[in-house]
Write a protein that binds this ligand. Structure first.
Ligand code: GRF
Length: 221
């Protein structure tokens, strides 16, 4: 499957995905382009370092014209033949004009256990609320904000001493593990959408084994 990645910033998730590809862990994907809406963003260097083509569609050229911006993104991805769009730190919310061009074929990662804490700057809200588990969610993108069908979630503990930066760093480590895996599942055709539930073909664990990995504080604390 031909994959285009949209990115606005430093690109650590992009790097994790391309490194996983380098290790042969995403055999179903060909990464055809990285598109950034920010000229000079770190993600463009990462694309270059991994030999992936890149392009810039500056969002600042489209102030007040979101449909025009989205159409230009679509044209750019189409020019590389992309069939799946992976959002990796893309700072713009995408609407109908874009999503209509990739029905059910846009993935995103969000640094919280959705549907809790959608939107921006989640880490300070999580620490202030006092949640014990935080984490990251890979999901398909629909027209809402961080509201599409969930493909994968990874949990991390929230320590009493955490501030937003410490929590963000811990969550990022789980992001870098789950996003490459989720991209591999989708691009190898293992992911099936059933309503808004996402099933992974060939995976049938026991509930007890799964639960043991997700408890915090640990039960022997
Ligand atoms: C990550 O926290 C991701 O969850 C969010 O944007 C951030 C991107 O970071 N969607 P990076 O550019 O991948 O380092």
């Amino acid at each position: 499957m031909r994959v285009g990645v949209l990115c606005s910033g430093r690109g650590s998730n992009l790097r994790a995905i391309l490194e996983a590809r380098g290790r042969g862990e995403i055999p179903g994907a060909e990464f055809v382009c990285i598109v950034s809406d920010v000229a000079g963003a770190g993600c463009l260097d990462i694309a270059g370092a991994h030999g992936v083509a890149s392009a810039v569609v500056p969002s600042r050229d489209f102030r007040g014209d979101r449909p025009g911006f989205e159409r230009r993104l679509l044209e750019t991805l189409a020019s590389f033949g992309a069939e799946l769009t992976v959002l990796a730190g893309f700072q713009r919310v995408l609407g109908k004009a874009f999503l209509g061009g990739f029905p059910g074929r846009v993935m995103n990662i969000h640094p919280a256990l959705l549907p809790s804490f959608p939107g921006h700057e989640v880490w300070g809200r999580e620490t202030a609320h006092g949640v014990k588990l935080a984490g990251a969610t890979v999901h398909f993108v629909d027209e809402g904000v961080d509201s599409g069908p969930i493909i994968c979630q990874g949990a991390v503990p929230v320590l009493d001493t955490d501030d937003a930066d410490a929590l963000s760093a811990r969550i990022l480590t789980v992001e870098h593990r789950i996003y490459p895996a989720a991209v591999a599942w989708v691009t190898s055709g293992r992911v099936r959408l059933q309503g808004r539930r996402v099933a992974l073909d060939g995976f049938a664990p026991s509930g007890e084994a799964a639960a043991a990995r997700l408890v915090w504080p640990p039960l022997d604390a």
